[in-house]
Write a protein that binds this ligand. Structure first.
Ligand code: KG4
Ligand code: ZN
Length: 332
């Protein structure tokens, strides 16, 4: 039955978000509060502050999306069960469990990365199965073969830093604030991408795994050797971005080649990066594969993707009182 209407709740890190997904009308409301300003002074997410802010913001966000959706007759609630900051997750889980109990609705804990993986299905021309997905966020760098909902085969992953982490750490070394990825991307706009020939880690080696710690070291050495000017830092930022983009593009092309699949989905916060998008688009045009991105606001954390997964997994929702579960680590 398509008629399910799902409330989605996301609180795995530093965004509080709520959304309503209706099987017949699609996404009918979504709202988000970013904690970026709250954590900015600390140079990164402070878990305790994150949890407390989720407590303050989530309930009003949920009320807002339900009002915007016209107080729909919900049939279930989906919340992010993990992976993420356990205290932050527990806030969303508790609210979901409480709401489920008081409204007599089934509750489902969903995987945050499954949300990212399936987020392009929120768009008007979604990819058909099977597709290959590149998940690039602050915590993950993952290539996955997706044959359907719940049918995921990991193809490759980062052996050390996640690509978002490499962006954030490089941004810090360049003297930029948190969050580093978007700040580095802004600085890179005025830089020259072939000023530095940074390593394209593991591109020449077979396989689909990634490694970004060597690139990070190369950035550190370049910063030490360069003059302390904005122009010099912009060149480093642009060259770093290009090295990341080239590496990701090479591995994606290899994954498509090995699987014989002609559809690539790119999701997760780093998917918002313009240079990466441009590099993927030109490779897609050259190799003739189809490329799918969620819209920019659904590349980063959001509840629309969680509500969507809740709807896709509506038959997994069991009636009865659900426990509030939060898991820091959870393999896909
Ligand atoms: O998916 P996401 O919002 O959160 C999780 O980690 O789950 O991803 C956040 C990551 C951060 O590392 C951030 O610096 C990076 O995505 N990011 C970017 C851009 N926007 C966000 N990195 C590069 N360029 C961007 N435009
Ligand atoms: Zn995320």
């Amino acid at each position: 039955q398509r008629q399910a209407i799902i409330l989605g709740i996301e609180s795995s890190c530093d965004e509080s978000a709520a959304a309503v997904y209706d099987g017949e009308r699609g996404l009918i409301a979504h709202a988000l509060h970013s904690q970026v300003a709250l954590h900015a002074d600390y140079g990164g997410v402070v878990p305790e502050l994150a949890s407390r802010d989720h407590i303050r913001k989530l309930t009003p966000l949920i009320e807002r999306v339900l009002a915007e959706a016209g107080q729909p007759a919900l049939t279930g609630i989906a919340y992010t069960r993990g992976p993420g900051l356990v205290g932050a997750l527990l806030v969303g889980a508790s609210i979901a469990a409480g709401l489920g109990m008081s409204r007599g609705l089934p509750v489902l804990g969903v995987h945050h990365m499954e949300g990212h993986l399936l987020s392009p299905l929120l768009e008007p021309a979604p990819p058909a199965f099977p597709f290959v997905a590149l998940l690039v966020s602050g915590g993950h760098t993952l290539l996955v073969r997706v044959d359907g909902v719940g049918r995921y085969t990991p193809l490759g992953q980062s052996l050390d830093d996640a690509v978002g982490e490499a962006f954030d750490k490089s941004a810090k070394m360049l003297g930029l604030g948190y969050p580093g990825g978007p700040a580095l991307a802004r600085l890179a706009e005025s830089g020259c991408a072939d000023a530095h020939d940074f390593p394209r880690p593991m591109v020449r080696r077979p396989g689909l795994d990634f490694s970004f710690s060597g690139l990070k070291t190369a950035v550190m050495l370049a910063i030490k050797a360069a003059p302390d000017t904005t122009a010099a830092r912009a060149d480093i930022a642009a060259s770093f971005e290009q090295a990341v983009a080239d590496t990701l593009v090479a591995k994606c092309a290899r994954a498509l080649d090995q699987t014989g699949i002609g559809r690539l989905v790119v999701a997760g916060g780093v998917g918002a990066n313009r240079r990466l998008r441009a590099a993927l688009e030109s490779r897609a045009a050259r190799d003739g594969f189809d490329l799918y991105f969620p819209r920019a606001e659904f590349c980063t954390d959001n509840a629309a993707m969680i509500a969507l997964v809740g709807w896709l997994r509506r038959t997994d929702m069991a009636p009865g009182i659900a426990p509030a579960e939060a898991v820091a680590r959870w393999p896909l």
